[in-house]
Design a protein around this ligand. Sequence first.
Ligand SMILES: C[S@@+](CC[C@H](N)C(=O)[O-])C[C@H]1O[C@@H](n2cnc3c(N)ncnc32)[C@H](O)[C@@H]1O
Length: 201
Amino acid sequence: MLDFLDHVTALPTNEATTLVIMLLAGLLILVFTVITGVPPMPTHRLVLPVMFDLIAGEKTPRIAYDLGCGWGRLAFALASRFPGAKVIGIELSPLPWLFCKVRQLVQRRPNLEIRYGNFLRMPLGDADLVFCYLMINAMRRLQAKLDQEVGDGTLVISNSFALQNWRAERIEVVPAAMSAWVYRYRVSADGSHHQVSNETP
Ligand SMILES: C[S@@+](CC[C@H](N)C(=O)[O-])C[C@H]1O[C@@H](n2cnc3c(N)ncnc32)[C@H](O)[C@@H]1O
């Protein structure tokens, strides 16, 4: 460690500053990956069209969420795809969130709102469409929240991770993207989107 610090202090000031900023940025991303349990990895470019295919033919949503919008790949694409919808991207990790805010200045999407915070602590009851690319534990927490808040007809499209106790109405596999699975769920008022347990009492 001391050797490393010696190397850094021996660098020209500009290079040392850049290195320290990059290390701090990496550390910040790491800390928030530990907090959320999900790294800010964007949806694969070849998975994105498959996610959109899963909503082809559906009516334009009024409000669509990208829960954990990371660097904005999905949220920006969603806002372009549905100019008539309000798209809300929510992100807790500060650097990806800041990146999205700066990106909005360059790639204007009037119908896209980027919110900072934990989507588990925000109301989601107005969602018609929910996109997510999370991981197992985060999906479990999200499922509990969706169960309580979203209404009949809400569509949930999840990249790679399933909602354990929900029944997907369609699943697509994307061989060109390491065989990623993409799930489509549709909430129904009668609860039939819930998985039927095979366990006998
Ligand atoms: C794998 S990335 C997906 C990014 C983007 N949705 C996409 O598909 O390109 C998941 C993001 O969710 C964020 N995240 C995880 N849990 C969150 C929470 N409870 N509230 C807000 N953001 C969260 C992580 O910080 C991470 O940036």
